[in-house]
Ligand binder design. Structure first.
Ligand code: TV7
Ligand code: CA
Ligand code: ZN
Length: 388
């Protein structure tokens, strides 16, 4: 298996459910659960599964989903009848439009990805895993009774609620190109969860239109959640170097101040260059460096997926990040193994497709050093007010 060995005394668990990958949002919808099959194919052809505990996750029960979602919303999700999307008439609970269509097996799909995140959370809680991975999770826009932006159930919120039973404080970090609004909103009024999202922000011109630098929590006097919601609004075209420096500086300061007992990292891969919906210029290397930095903090870590709309690049990033979790990233052959199922998908312009090289028309970088320094300054200032 390519010389990949299980790290001694270090446990990584990988939570999968092949049933989940078969769901379809509809013909032209950008969210393709099938990208998980592609990622799994890369992970397994490198032999990485030999270095992790692989679990076929169970579905979340209704009761578990009720921890965050309302009964009437869950009832509707369970019984809604599949229909072609209708963007003109936004349906109940924001379901049935083209972003959140009602497709065949919708509730199964939701309970499967939620169950996988709950399994991962429990592995961290009972200290059976140092890192727990669920690439099918990370659906950060879902609200307690509303679907939003391709997300129906919020597996991250469910997982964090589970983790709060064991860990006094949880840090949530979100590197999806979109703002992690659902998670931010769910923990807006508590000081036990700090949320930190890096995203493209351009007012109402980029979904979901929230996540400005200045909104850091409730402003009502005495509310515990004050200063515990941090946002890093960015412009098009940010590169690895700028992103890494921002990420390590800001996450470093958050950890020093907040002292989390566990970290959840949402690894949305739509922040990569060449993404169909995203606008950033990150490479697999720079995106993965965020995972490496979080791992280096030696705090129980959960990795979830999220967005990512150019499937071959999503698969590359999540396979690379799996290798970082188990610590074999330096020994991997850069060339994707010959026997990889679906290998042809990785062969766009070269005969020897590599794990890290992605294609994408570079976007003009609109992030100035001055602005990025200003962001770090502002966040440093905000953290001074954050009492723990
Ligand atoms: C976590 N952007 C989710 C990100 C959710 C983004 C949006 C689309 C889109 C939907 C399609 C489609 C699309 C090419 C892109 C205001 C609207 C404009 C629907 C067409 N092509 C995550 C959600 C975002 C659906 N939504 O963070 C079917 O783009 O901007 C909007 C809202 C109304 C609805 N219309 C878009 O990554 C998982 N949607 C093609 C077919
Ligand atoms: Ca984000
Ligand atoms: Zn996204």
């Amino acid at each position: 298996n390519n010389g990949i060995v299980r790290p001694k005394g270090y446990n990584v668990s990988w939570h999968v459910n092949p049933e989940l990958e078969k769901h379809h949002f509809g013909h032209s919808h950008p969210m393709k659960p099938w990208r998980l099959t592609l990622a799994k194919s890369l992970i397994m052809s490198y032999g990485m599964h030999a270095a992790m505990d692989t679990y076929f996750s169970r579905r979340a029960t209704n009761e578990e989903m009720r921890d965050f979602h309302t009964e009437d919303y869950l009832d509707y999700l369970r019984t809604a009848i599949p229909a072609p999307p209708d963007d003109e008439v936004p349906g109940r609970f924001n379901l049935g439009g083209s972003d959140c269509p009602i497709f065949e097996g919708l509730f199964d799909y939701c309970s499967m990805y939620s169950g996988a995140s709950l399994d991962a959370a429990r592995k961290l809680c009972n200290h059976e895993s140092d890192i727990a991975v669920n690439w099918s999770g990370g659906l950060h826009h879902a609200k307690k009774s509303e679907a939003s932006g391709f997300c129906y159930a919020n597996d991250i919120v469910l997982a964090i609620l589970q983790m709060l039973r064991t860990f006094p404080r949880v840090l949530y970090i979100d590197i999806d190109v979109h703002h992690g609004d659902g998670v931010e909103e769910a923990f807006w009024s508590t000081d036990r969860v700090m949320t930190l999202s890096f995203h493209k922000y351009d007012g109402m011109n980029f979904f979901p239109g929230t996540g400005e630098l200045e909104r850091t929590g409730p402003e009502t006097e005495g509310n515990a959640g004050a200063h515990h919601a941090l946002n890093v609004p960015l412009m098009d075209g940010i590169n690895d170097q700028q992103y890494q420096s921002l990420f390590e500086t800001i996450v470093g300061k958050c950890v020093a101040k907040f002292r989390p007992e566990a970290i959840v990292l949402q690894c949305g891969a739509d922040s990569l260059a060449g993404d169909r919906l995203g606008r950033f210029n990150l490479q697999v290397q720079g995106h993965g460096q965020c995972v490496a930095f979080c791992k280096s903090l030696n705090i129980p870590l959960m990795l979830v997926g999220g967005g990512g709309y150019t499937p071959r690049n999503v698969a590359r990033a999540w396979a690379h990040e799996t290798s970082i979790a188990i610590g074999c990233e330096k020994t991997l052959n850069p060339i994707i193994p010959e026997h990889t199922p679906y290998r042809s998908h990785f062969r766009h312009d070269t005969i020897f497709p590599t794990l890290e090289q992605i294609l994408g028309e570079p976007r003009a970088n609109k992030n100035t050093k001055k602005r990025l320094d200003e962001i770090v300054c502002m966040i440093t200032e905000q953290l001074r007010f954050c009492e723990t």
